[in-house]
Ligand binder design. Structure first.
Ligand code: BES
Ligand code: ZN
Length: 972
């Protein structure tokens, strides 16, 4: 019924559109202006206003307690439920000549059911302007589906703070009745990376503009008025108006694309197939002149879209080749056919996140989708495989079944972040990519989850209200801790049980919404159908990981067999002020081995216990707990067992599984930071690296030594540390020289390729002459001949070291290459390497470039400044730059893509002196009035971190210095 009605309605609206187009130029003039002066606009109400009156202006007195009107709340009232939308949008890819603004015009109608009588229509709308008079309701058209009477709209107003359009009616909408609200509107097609926005690039010297969207989490309302909450699923009929010669894409298949004349312009009108029932944040609308490649796998049309030259160069081929197999993999994993008839994936030049799982039309950063044998590294390739797997995983988990509210975001993102490894493993089984979750997620998030400023995975629904609170949830806890605990869960349930529960969950809740406990319920049912034995219910076990922040350090005393747990805190002096419902105790699954032999798994269900089998009586037996780091916890041992493990490492390190060698290093360094074991014990775990050839332990060591570099690269420790590390890495460097036949071949294994990069990077960084000659020689060959001889895997490292050793000529050459790069992955390597110069004037000039979006894209500004700060010479320059420009940066970039927390953390990472601490405090004070936006927490964390660093250096500098001196003197 609804559908039939809507088709005819859509045709009707087509007529209105002509008029809207004529008006658009006039409206364009006022779009931005009216947004800016929102507080003075009769119908745009300021945050402190009660709103609702035609006479409401910014002079309305601010009240101390916000008025209790429904539009003062951030959540929609539960009175109206959308069923189906018709949306027509017309983005203009040329600026209006009079105003210079890019705009889009649109019209929408929404069919909704009234579920509770109300005389208000409250619908999300942000930065949209409505045509027609708002004060008398003339701008809106409201009708009743069954033809019964309908109240008229008395007035409408926009409520700025909560991003609502409010319509006051002169009577009630009635429970059980269906209504249709139609509106015409205009918005700015800004380059702000949110909602309906524009992206620009040059092709063959010509500037090109495309229109695209990023709705998640709360920007669908910036494209058209909608009930913009994930539980308000609906059907969408989308039409895009666009220039002849351009392609329009949306979630559904293109049904027809016809030439029409609107407002004297010959344009195309592309109608899309009605979507499935879905959430607004998963919508996508794109107009571009892109090319594409495609195939059909098992009845699903798979297409990859990108700039035409990128498609011609074959840069979409890899993505196309792996999408089919990954989709098939997930169909089996979920036991559910892919829910849509098509799967489009598109690379966007300006894109804030890495990728977005719009249902049927996934958007990517160019670096996350496009692969070129000649330019892309194995790391670029892995990122493409995992990110595609991540987004495809969402097609079911997240899109077909959607969490009811954003407080459960961790389950959506954590789940996709776990299974992305399974999907990528299917595409590239040789890589052993599943192991890498330990470095990229478990170890990564341990670092933040060990601070008192961490937070539990799960938030209360009522605590997550404002768009900024929702955005804050997209953090390492949701992604990496979510992934880590789900991996642990899948492991202790066993994969067949985990997938069985998952499959019945998806089946029960298809096209609807859930809370995270619904998944636990289905997993519990799966457990009960098997003989799996657990110490408690899935819910009770998982709650200890989900409802309290942090994780335990499990201590094994092999002299007695005592096993105990304690909340692990990186700073032992910090105080946990947040109480936990489980008193910071967890139900811990323990997989372990004793001297090469895997033992029966155990559970630690209380603070401490005794496991007799863990008692060691010989002088050579060792106990190793948390095999493959499947458990989300750190492990400490009695001194004797540490000694035996370290002896095993230096005698026959292969006796200890590779992932656990990486774990021993990471645990030791972090236990030392927490003062649980001495720092020299941590340093001892690096002694055996002379004999280590595997990637994961080396990477783990480098991640931890990074902190030593940051703390000591401006002090006398540095020289001795360099000597030691150069000694340690030289055999690895020589090994690669041999296996690559004097650097002429590529190592075969994926991880070996990664470790080759580590070998070169550390050897050059620590001043190994052979390494420096090698990389400078390659770079010079490139500059002299114009042909780049450097393998893509090594490019960043080689560029960085050569630029650091060179001067303006090298820098300018690289800058030119950056500007002319035909693939974003190459540009990214150059952009990062340009920050490696040691010339302050070049670094300062580069800093200036970051705020000029024609030189550095907005999406890349923050990371570029942070790259510069990572350079020991650039550190203070970047800090000065950010301090001096804070006001400008904040006002110019405050609303959009700038990641203030990354910026603040990035430029202060090295801080470890009293002077720096004072500067940081001053910075906080000086800019209190401007504010720090999403970087507010980061400022306080940076102050805390600086103090902790000062303390750490005071306590460790001398020991560490002596240790390095001794280690170099006594060869192992
Ligand atoms: N849903 C996210 C994209 C997103 C992130 C939207 C933040 C809004 C705010 C998407 O599924 C995602 O997680 N993308 C990741 C890549 C992934 C491989 C971790 C990203 O963008 O980094
Ligand atoms: Zn995701």
């Amino acid at each position: 019924m609804a559908k039939g009605f809507f088709i005819s309605k859509a045709v009707g609206i087509g007529g209105i559109f002509v008029g809207v187009a004529a008006l658009s130029i006039i409206i364009a003039l006022s779009v931005v202006y009216s947004q800016e002066k929102s507080k003075n606009n009769n119908n745009q109400v300021s945050p402190t206003d009660g709103g609702g009156g035609t006479t409401t202006t910014s002079s309305t007195k601010p009240t101390t307690t916000p008025p209790n009107n429904p539009w003062n709340k951030y959540r929609l009232p539960q009175t109206l439920v959308p069923i189906e939308y018709n949306v027509t949008l017309w983005p203009r890819l040329k600026p209006d000549p009079a105003t210079g603004l890019y705009i889009f015009t649109g019209e929408s109608s929404v069919l909704f059911e009234c579920v509770e009588d109300t005389d208000l229509i409250i619908i999300h709308s942000n930065k949209l302007n409505y045509s027609g008079s708002m004060s008398d309701g003339g701008f809106a058209h409201l009708s009743a589906v069954s033809g019964h009477s309908v109240p008229s709209v008395n007035e409408g107003f926009l409520f700025f703070e909560t991003q609502f359009l409010v319509l006051k009616l002169n009577g009630n909408l009635l429970k059980g009745q269906l209504y249709i609200l139609s509106l015409n509107f205009t918005g700015e097609l800004a380059d702000d990376l949110g909602g309906f926005y524009r992206s620009e690039y040059t092709e063959g010297g010509t500037k090109k503009v495309m229109a695209t969207t990023q709705m998640q989490p709360t920007d669908a309302r910036k494209s058209f008025p909608c009930f913009d909450e994930p539980a308000l699923k609906s059907y969408f009929n989308i039409i895009l108006i666009h220039d002849v010669g351009t392609v329009a894409l949306s979630n559904g298949r293109e049904l027809e694309s016809k030439n029409v004349v609107i407002d004297g312009q010959n344009v195309l009108r592309t109608v899309f197939e009605r979507t499935e029932k879905m959430s607004t944040y998963l919508l996508a609308f794109i107009v571009s002149d892109y090319g594409n490649i495609g195939n059909n796998i098992g009845g699903v049309d798979i297409r990859i879209f990108a700039r035409k030259p990128a498609i011609t160069a074959g840069q979409g081929d890899y993505a196309l080749n792996i999408t089919g197999p990954i989709l098939k993999f997930f169909e089996e994993y979920y036991n559910s056919t892919y829910p849509l008839p098509k799967s489009d994936q598109i690379a966007i030049p300006d894109f804030n996140a890495g990728a977005m799982e719009n249902w049927g039309l996934i958007t990517y950063r160019e670096t996350a989708l496009l692969y070129d044998e000649e330019f892309s590294s194995n790391s670029n390739k892995q990122r493409i495989a995992t990110i595609i797997a991540h987004e495809l995983a969402h097609m079911w988990f997240g899109n077909l079944v959607t969490l009811r509210w954003w407080n459960d975001l961790w389950l959506n993102e954590g789940f996709a972040s776990y299974v992305e490894y399974l999907g990528a493993d299917e595409a590239e089984p040789e890589w052993n990519v599943k192991d890498l979750i330990v470095l990229s997620d478990v170890h990564r998030v341990f670092a933040v989850d060990a601070l008192t400023s961490s937070h539990p995975l799960s938030s209360k629904e009522e605590d997550i209200q404002k768009p900024a609170q929702i955005s804050e949830l997209f953090d390492a806890i949701s992604y990496s801790k979510g992934a880590s605990v789900l991996r642990m869960l899948s492991d202790f349930l066993t994969e067949p049980v985990f997938t069985k529960g998952l499959q019945s969950y998806l089946k029960e809740f298809a096209f609807s919404n859930t809370v995270y406990t619904d998944l636990w319920k289905h997993l519990q049912m799966a457990v009960e159908a098997t003989t799996t034995e657990l110490p408690d219910t899935v819910n009770n076990i998982m709650n200890t990981w989900v409802l309290q922040m942090g994780f335990p350090v499990v201590t094994i005393d092999t002299t007695s067999g005592a096993v105990s747990q304690k909340h692990f805190l990186l700073d032992p002096d910090s105080e946990v002020t947040t109480p936990s419902p489980y008193n910071y105790e967890w139900i811990v699954p323990i997989k372990w081995m004793k001297t090469k032999i895997i033992q029966t798994p155990k559970w630690l269900t209380q603070k401490s216990d005794t496991v007799n089998e863990m008692k060691v009586t010989t002088t050579s037996d060792w106990v190793l707990v948390n095999l493959d780091v499947v458990g989300y916890y750190r492990v400490n041992y009695d001194e004797g067992n540490w000694d035996r493990l370290l002896s095993a490492l230096s005698a026959r390190h292969e006796d200890i599984p590779t992932i656990n060698r990486a774990q021993l290093v990471d645990d030791a360094f972090n236990l030392a930071r927490a003062k649980i074991i001495p720092t020299v014990r941590a340093l001892q775990t690096t002694l055996y690296l002379k004999n280590e050839r595997h990637y994961m332990p080396w990477q783990s060591a480098l991640n931890n030594l990074d902190f030593f570099f940051l703390m000591f690269d401006r002090s006398e420790v540095y020289g001795h540390m360099q000597d030691y590390l150069r000694n340690q890495v030289t055999p690895l460097f020589e090994h690669y020289k041999t296996v690559t036949d004097n650097w002429t071949k590529v190592p075969t294994g994926h991880m070996d390729q990664y470790n080759q990069v580590n070998a070169i990077s550390l050897a050059c960084r620590t001043g190994l002459k052979a390494c420096q000659d090698l990389v400078q020689g390659w770079f010079k060959m490139w500059m002299d001949s114009g042909n780049n001889p450097i393998h893509p895997n090594l490019r960043y490292t080689v560029y960085c070291n050569a630029i650091a050793a060179g001067g303006a000529a090298e820098w300018n050459f690289a800058w030119e290459q950056f500007q002319n790069a035909s693939i974003a992955t190459e540009a990214d390597k150059l952009r990062a390497a340009l920050a490696c110069t040691t010339e302050p004037w070049l670094l300062n000039r580069y800093l200036e470039y970051t705020l000029n979006s024609s030189l550095i894209r907005k999406q890349d500004a923050t990371s570029t400044i942070v790259y510069i700060a990572q350079n020991v010479i650039g550190q203070s320059l970047a800090w000065d730059f950010v301090r001096a420009r804070w006001n400008y940066i904040f006002t110019q970039y405050g609303g959009g893509s700038f990641s203030f927390s990354n910026l603040v953390n990035g430029v202060t990472e090295r801080f470890s002196t009293e002077f720096e601490l004072q500067q940081l405090k001053q910075f906080k004070e000086d800019n209190a009035d401007v504010g720090f936006g999403s970087g507010t927490l980061a400022v306080d964390q940076s102050i805390e971190r600086t103090q902790a660093n000062m303390k750490w250096i005071a306590e460790n500098k001398e020991n560490v210095l002596n240790w390095f001196i001794e280690a170099v003197k006594t060869p192992t």
